[in-house]
Design a protein around this ligand. Structure first.
Ligand SMILES: [Zn+2]
Length: 543
């Protein structure tokens, strides 16, 4: 699998110098590989640009963020075939060590065309590749994911599922249910219900049989050990400024709970935490929502950092997957006044907003006859033009942040260049105990996976070999016949038969039925649109 990797060479073996007599001696006996870290916490502020960080820091009073103490380098975020990444390949790169194509979750691209990437072997098109979470799991570590988006959204999906389409929520969420992740905290409960799912499976019942399944902060607070699956909203979580603490915990509370539970595993843990909606706020050009969720994200970083410093055996890494919106303090209106513009003129208009553009939407009455009052009370805008009021009135449900965000940004002279992602390098933040080397310099997003792999002393490549074997060839080489059972086209089952043995393997699950008796596999059975993949442990069921 090495042909897909970007060769950056940053992971040089750490050479230790030891004093022998009065000379520094370095030689083969003294060369040691870095000490392993027991735990890794990866925190992804999705779509967080440095302009947003600087703005949120000033909004918050100007003191350093927790992230600031961890600034370590830069990350190149491009995908296999485009300079501007989508969250799916960007998350896949951080999770697996391989850059991929827009929309692709945990699978290789069809081709590598960006400069510097090695050509992809055509037999590896869309091949699933192991994530750092899967590798940690096979190494007996506890694993967890936390997000403020739906849990099957691109970034958490990249660590827990494999599918060439991020939109394939049914497939991704089913894989997540059967991945045996220890702690899942997020949102998106509706996508697990039989009435919403195309395959009509009732995955909420399955979750209840496998996990402490909770949907309220009250139930959440009571969980002190064991496996937890928490979802507080049917779709994504609220922005932090709009959040009702009686209905949804904060990202820092979710992070703390995940660490409290996972750190009980003596083998260590891997945790991925995503501040998902910084990205959505940036798409909308809503500076209030960007600030809201950057501050909430940094509070979650504080929790992880606090644990890591006390633990002494934990690496914390943070990097966004890509920039978004080109947010800047200053815009075309400050072309000639930028260095004379006081801080207050950028921040004070923003301070008047109490809710994000999304939270605001619930305050309008059905006919939107109270726009003037709502915008003055909750968004601090009391000088709306007739055209702006008309624009708000005409905004379709769910898109209010796209309308009002730019209105407040204009008054605060906050600039945006796009409603899309951007291609600049992004900051790398790393906290590592003294015994583990720091990841520094300008690195590839895929290097983050390699660094985590080395830091934990686990192996992504052998995990891929164990978890993703082309099923047909593997079973046929053992003399079996292989077919798809298509009695239920929405729930395909791979069948391998040899003599009196019949193994049935439902797609997206980690179960093999051997002559009807269920056996739990160490990974899920996958179909990537080209081939079916099974863990080696499924093939080994046939003698
Ligand atoms: Zn993203």
């Amino acid at each position: 699998m090495k042909s897909k990797k970007v060769m950056s060479g940053f992971l040089a073996v750490v050479v230790t110098f030891s004093m022998i007599g009065n000379v520094f001696a370095v030689g083969i006996d003294e060369v040691t590989v870095q000490k392993k870290a027991k735990n890794v916490i990866l925190m992804i502020p999705d779509g967080m640009s440095t302009g947003g960080v600087a703005l949120a820091r000033w909004y918050n009073g100007g003191a350093a963020f927790n992230l600031d103490s961890m600034a370590s380098g830069l990350v190149r975020t491009y995908s296999s075939d485009a300079p501007i990444a989508d969250s799916a390949p960007a998350g896949t790169a951080m999770a697996t060590g391989f850059k991929s194509h827009t929309g692709f979750i945990g699978v290789l691209p069809d081709e590598n065309t960006m400069p510097g990437l090695e050509a992809l072997n055509s037999a590896d098109k869309r091949k699933p590749v192991a994530s750092i979470l899967e590798a940690a799991q096979l190494d007996e570590k506890a694993t967890g994911i936390v997000s403020t988006s739906e849990i099957m959204h691109a970034t958490p999906a990249a660590f827990t599922a494999h599918d060439p389409s991020r939109k394939n929520y049914d497939s991704i969420s089913e894989q997540q249910v059967y991945q045996d992740i220890d702690v899942v905290i997020g949102s998106g409960s509706k996508y697990f219900t039989s009435d919403v799912r195309g395959d009509k499976e009732d995955l909420v019942s399955v979750l209840k049989s496998k996990y402490q399944y909770v949907t309220t902060p009250n139930e959440f607070n009571k969980v002190t050990s064991g496996k937890l699956w928490a979802m507080f909203t049917p779709i994504a979580a609220s922005y932090d400024f709009d959040r009702d603490p009686n209905k949804e915990p904060s990202l820092s509370q979710m992070t703390k709970k995940a660490i409290d539970l996972l750190s009980q595993d003596k083998d260590g843990f891997f945790l991925m935490v995503e501040g998902s909606k910084i990205d959505w706020a940036a798409h909308a050009n809503d500076p209030i929502a960007i600030i809201s969720d950057i501050i909430a994200f940094d509070e979650a970083v504080a929790v992880a950092l606090d644990f890591a410093k006390k633990d002494g055996n934990t690496v914390v890494i943070s990097a966004t997957d890509h920039g978004n919106s080109g947010i800047t303090i200053g815009n075309k209106a400050t072309d000639n006044t930028y260095d004379k513009t006081p801080l207050s003129s950028f921040i004070n208009p923003l301070k008047k907003a109490k809710l994000t553009g999304e939270g605001l939407e619930t305050k309008f009455n059905a006919d939107r006859s109270n726009i003037v009052e709502v915008m003055a009370t909750f968004y601090g805008l009391s000088d709306l033009t007739a055209a702006e009021i008309a624009e708000i009135k005409d905004t379709k449900a769910g898109s209010m942040n796209y309308t009002v965000g730019p209105m407040i940004a204009k008054r605060a002279n906050i600039g945006f260049t796009t409603n899309g992602h951007t291609g600049e390098d992004v900051p790398l933040y790393v906290y590592a105990p003294e015994s583990v080397n720091q990841l520094t310099g300008t690195v590839e997003n895929s290097d983050i996976a390699t660094y985590m792999e080395k830091a934990m002393g686990i192996d992504l490549s052998t995990t891929t070999d164990k978890l993703f074997v082309k099923a047909r060839a593997a079973f046929e080489s053992k003399g079996a016949t292989v077919l798809f059972e298509n009695t239920d086209s929405k729930n395909p089952v791979l069948v391998a038969k040899k003599g009196s043995i019949e193994i049935k393997m439902p797609i997206n699950k980690n179960i093999a039925y051997v002559n009807g008796s269920p056996i739990t596999l160490d990974g899920v059975v996958l179909f990537n649109g080209i081939d079916t993949y099974v863990p080696q442990s499924a093939v080994d069921l046939l003698q």
